[in-house]
Design a protein. Structure first.
Length: 84
């Protein structure tokens, strides 16, 4: 999706899990418990996370890996309508 299409699907819908496949074939995504509104703001959350499914980035053949949040809750979500 481009940013406009992404925000047309998720804005004001509440918390969500996002899944994507990169051009390199990496399957990944994230959980945003606060949802998006597209107002161009940073929103903190200690519950937000990113994940990777399988492939060389998942340790020891695990089906998925949840990435560790670093730096506290700040900037967990960048709700920028121009970039997704």
């Amino acid at each position: 999706y481009d940013p406009v299409t992404f925000h047309s699907k998720v804005d004001k819908q509440g918390g969500a899990i996002v899944f994507c496949t990169t051009r390199a074939g990496i399957q990944c995504g994230g959980y945003n418990p606060k949802g998006w509104v597209g107002y161009g703001e940073a929103r903190g959350s200690i519950a937000a996370f990113l994940y990777i499914l399988g492939g060389k980035y998942a340790a020891a053949g695990a089906p998925a890996i949840k990435l560790r949040k670093v730096g506290g809750p700040g900037l967990a979500q960048m709700d920028l309508p121009e970039s997704g």
